[in-house]
Design a protein. Structure first.
Length: 93
């Protein structure tokens, strides 16, 4: 029996250092984004697994250097292979 993977949608505001919102669905996230007119990136993440481990497991990333296995690298890792969307108000750029 295959394990059901659950996902969340995480919103990182433009120039923000930390996530500003987490949603159970893309629809709920977009409702909030449209209501508040925030700008940033909405990314789909699997629950209970790091972005690094997820990318390794699905061959989205293959470490080529020893430093790619270091804590410093792993703690900053994000994968462009995660489904994601950019929300930007072009009038404010």
């Amino acid at each position: 029996m295959q394990e059901e993977i659950k996902f969340v949608w995480v919103f990182h505001g433009l120039r923000g250092q930390f996530a500003s919102a987490v949603f159970s669905s893309k629809e709920k996230a977009e409702e909030w984004i449209n209501q508040t007119q925030v700008q940033g990136i909405l990314t789909k993440y699997p629950l209970d697994v790091s972005a690094y481990d997820w990318a390794l497991k699905h061959d989205y990333f293959i470490p080529k250097k020893e430093e790619h296995k270091s804590a410093e690298f792993i703690q900053k890792f994000s994968s462009a292979d995660n489904e994601h969307y950019h929300y930007v108000n072009d009038d404010e750029l």
